[in-house]
Design a binder for this molecule. Structure first.
Ligand code: C2O
Ligand code: CU
Ligand code: CU
Length: 478
């Protein structure tokens, strides 16, 4: 049974202990006022995930940090990032959510050759959109992401917004053995056909966190990044009312989440405004209660004893919109992608019709399974004319949740099960509930062969992935 399965793999001591650890709000750590060169090296490292007094974990990391360094760049200014591969296997870096040229997209065999051990690759692009993004490998993704290779990428708005402080919370999920080492068993097919590799240890900015110090009255922008392999989070801020101002980097109409919970599938980013209306000296839990019976607290908002800095919260504010092309819904081409496969409640695999593909598959899109991390030679599921508007229907026929991600574009989220989605929401990764149908729309203005896949990494590796070809798709091939 799905639920029992999740319970079994997740209940093992969700480490909530640990010393009085202050969340380092990495916000300004690697700040750069003008875009400049960055250099990141992917290499084995050690990280104190469960507290500095505990045994460190052997990880793979960018610049020896988990998460990797925060790359802060400016909207509309060129960025150059030199990546050194000091792993003993091929890697690449994918700049998740950035609308960039296909040759910079980081998919081995499709957008670039893999970066071999000891080699360097230079990524260059100009981010058109301000917002919260992240980067991660697109090679052997299960292990490379699961062992710690991920980092935040912040594209700053041209003019800063009026908040007192900004926090960046990167959430990662680990499956650790009692000796604090990463458990073996990546790519377990049973798991891949269910919820994916959900861990037993959730870190916030690289540590099992306890307190985030705050001050009564202040207004904080929190950039939330779910960099987990498979774990979905649903965050409730006890005693507080978060307002969503952007999803996947793209500003939306400011709104409180429907049931007060922020739903963050893997790869999703949400920017919130949080007015600290709690009592000085008190602590409030931030709870993740996505999985039934497995709720835990991620962190506490720990109020300073000082009197509130202001009596009332300031007026609501919204972020300036990014220069996204508005799809023409009337003239749009329509495509449907059906998500198939996975384990059923009774234990059998769901039939996948005339499924064909490569590697070991548990999932399919329109009957075809692309496994691994994406590779050349796979026929695109659909081809779109350059510049055409497209309405894409994603129909989840499975019994599982899937955060579906499209490279190279952001899309408008139009409807869920036929009902209009309010607040003018754009995304690059949209979370589908079991058997849910979601309509999205975008302008196919970026030529190339773009990956479209589930961001539960085990699902992607086991076939829930395909290619959308825009234009002739092949002009970039090397
Ligand atoms: Cu963050 Cu192909 O994905
Ligand atoms: Cu992506
Ligand atoms: Cu999935």
């Amino acid at each position: 049974m799905p639920d029992d399965f999740i319970r079994r793999i997740s209940r093992r001591a969700l480490l909530s202990a640990g010393a009085g650890f202050v969340v380092t709000t990495a916000g300004r750590r690697a700040s750069a006022r003008a875009n400049r060169d960055f250099r990141i090296a992917a290499a084995p490292a050690r990280a104190s995930l469960t507290g500095h007094d505990r045994r460190p974990t052997d990880v793979w990391a960018y610049n020896e940090a988990v998460p990797g360094p925060t790359l802060r760049v400016r909207q509309g200014e060129p960025v150059r990032i030199i990546v050194d591969n000091r792993l003993d296997q091929d890697t690449t870096v994918h700049w998740h959510g950035i609308r960039l040229p296909i040759g910079m997209d980081g998919v081995p065999g499709i957008s670039q050759p893999p970066i071999r051990p000891g080699e360097t690759f230079v990524y260059e692009f100009t981010p058109p959109d301000a917002g919260t993004f992240w980067y991660h490998p697109h090679a052997n993704s299960l292990q490379q992401l699961g062992r710690g290779l991920a980092g935040p990428l912040i594209v700053e708005e041209r003019a800063p917004i009026a908040v007192d402080r900004e926090l960046l919370w990167t959430v990662m999920d680990w499956r650790l053995n009692p000796d604090a080492q990463i458990a073996a068993g990546f790519g377990n097919m049973m798991e891949a056909a269910m919820s994916g590799r959900i861990g037993n240890t959730v870190t916030l900015n690289g540590v099992v966190a306890t307190d985030a110090p705050v001050r009564a009255g202040e207004r904080v922008r929190i950039r939330l990044v779910n960099a987990a392999l498979a774990r979905i989070a649903a965050l409730r801020f006890e005693g507080h009312r978060p307002v969503i101002i952007a999803i996947d980097g793209q500003p939306c109409d400011p709104h409180e989440p429907a049931d007060g919970r922020l739903l963050l599938g893997p790869a999703t980013r949400i920017d919130i405004l949080l007015d600290m209306q709690g009592e000085p000296g008190r602590r409030y839990r931030v709870v993740d209660d996505f999985y039934d019976g497995l709720d835990y607290w991620l962190v506490h908002l720990a109020y300073d004893k000082a009197a509130p800095t202001r009596a009332h919260p300031p007026a609501m504010l919204s972020l300036p919109r990014n220069p996204l092309p508005e799809p023409d819904l009337k003239a749009a081409e329509r495509r449907e992608l059906v998500l198939q496969g996975g384990m059923m409640g009774g234990g059998g695999m769901r039939a996948m019709g005339g499924m064909t593909g490569m590697g070991r598959a548990a999932w399919a899109i329109n009957g075809t399974s692309m496994t691994g991390d994406g590779h050349a030679g796979m026929a695109p599921v659909a081809t779109l004319g350059l510049g055409r508007s497209c309405v894409l229907t994603l129909r989840n026929e499975t019994a599982w949740w899937h955060p579906m991600h499209l490279h190279g574009h952001s899309f408008r989220v139009l409807r869920r099960n036929g009902a209009a989605v309010p607040h003018r929401v754009w995304a690059d990764t949209v979370l589908l509930a079991p058997r849910e149908t979601v309509d999205v729309a975008f302008v196919a203005d970026n030529p190339g062969d773009w990956m479209l896949h589930c961001h539960v990494t085990d699902h992607m590796a086991a076939g829930l992935m395909t290619i959308l070809r825009i234009g002739d798709g092949g002009s970039h091939k090397r």
